[in-house]
Write a protein that binds this ligand. Structure first.
Ligand code: AMP
Length: 306
């Protein structure tokens, strides 16, 4: 199955307790499609960059088999820029700068070659753009996955609620789920989100793992305990990318398959945080991926007699 990815393609400047970067490659769609390529799943990006976006980064994406026909280049425009600074515990961060630039007036176009994508992953971007992409698909994809953030709850509530209503799976972090529903209990929050539309609700809890709610069942996974976390940027996008790509590979959207997809998403996110930006994702090998998923299995497998 093919995966169509909508989301930012960006420059990020990141500061963590371990160091600082100038403008480096970032963006939700970048993390998602790089993760799909590691899983050998065909993906295509719908997004926009400016004339300042380096050819070498475009080449890197195409070399990995990512379809960038839907990545518009506005020659006289500037690429979306985000800058953030992490606190010492790496669990929270402050956004220092968001320059929307070419994303401000972005009108997404879906290339003919991606119209038959069975899975649509609406990565972090203005909910109006996410809606417009869904409307421009000639046939509704078999599965629509939405990733969002608190920024859109504060600035585009109505459109956000509308796109949530058209979504099959939502991935959202714990604080955002609370903000969206006004419920502190994540179980109650997930129930309210189900009522808004999505049949499956995934609540991400950073270094504490993730929860999957659906079919009246709950599944929980931890995050892989890592000795060193270098830069958490993109962990959520990588998680969503791994999750979606695994479902595309298995061509199955059952709760059971989603449980495995959650593990794959978490394993992929554990790579993303090991280096700045997308550096680690660009070098992950198939065998490293298999080993990490195995580590995950061992971490979570146990037998108990009562
Ligand atoms: P995450 O750490 O998973 O929240 O994702 C970080 C990525 O999201 C960075 O690479 C940023 O470029 C991108 N990003 C940050 N803010 C926004 C925004 N308002 N719209 C779209 N992408 C964003």
């Amino acid at each position: 199955m093919k995966l169509l990815v909508v989301g930012s393609v960006a420059f990020d400047a990141i500061e963590t307790p371990f160091g600082k970067t100038d403008k480096i490659l970032g963006g939700a769609a970048t993390y998602i499609s790089l993760t799909s390529s590691i899983l050998n799943v065909e993906s295509g990006i719908v997004s926009v960059v400016g004339g300042d976006f380096p050819q070498k980064d475009l080449d890197m994406l195409t070399d990995r088999g990512i379809n960038i026909e839907g990545l518009e280049i506005v020659k006289d425009g500037k690429t979306f820029f985000w800058s953030g600074k992490y606190h010492n515990d790496l669990n929270s961060r402050d956004t220092l700068v968001t320059e929307v630039n070419v994303l401000e007036n972005f009108e997404p176009k879906i290339p003919e070659s991606m119209q038959d994508a069975e899975i649509l992953l609406l990565g972090n971007l203005h909910p109006g753009v996410q809606l417009s992409v869904l409307e421009k698909m000639e046939a509704r994809p078999k599965l629509v996955i939405l990733d969002t953030m608190n920024f859109w709850m504060d600035t585009a509530w109505d459109l956000l609620v509308k796109i949530i209503g058209k979504t099959d799976v939502i991935t959202i972090n714990d604080e955002e789920a609370r903000q969206l529903t006004g419920e502190y209990s994540l179980v109650k929050a997930a129930k309210k989100i189900h009522k808004m539309g999505p049949q499956f609700v995934i609540i991400k809890k950073g270094e504490h793992g993730a929860l999957l709610f659906g079919d009246d069942k709950i599944f929980a996974i931890p995050a892989l305990p890592l000795e060193e976390v270098f830069d958490p940027t993109g962990a959520g996008d990588t998680f969503a990318g791994g999750f979606a790509a695994y479902l595309a590979k298995k061509e199955n959207f059952s709760f059971e398959t989603m449980k495995s997809a959650l593990i794959v998403g978490s394993a992929m996110a554990s790579f993303a945080v090991e280096k700045f930006g997308t550096d680690r994702l660009q070098e992950v090998t198939q065998s490293e991926m298999t080993t990490r998923i195995q580590d995950f299995k061992e971490l979570t497998a146990f037998e108990v007699e009562v």
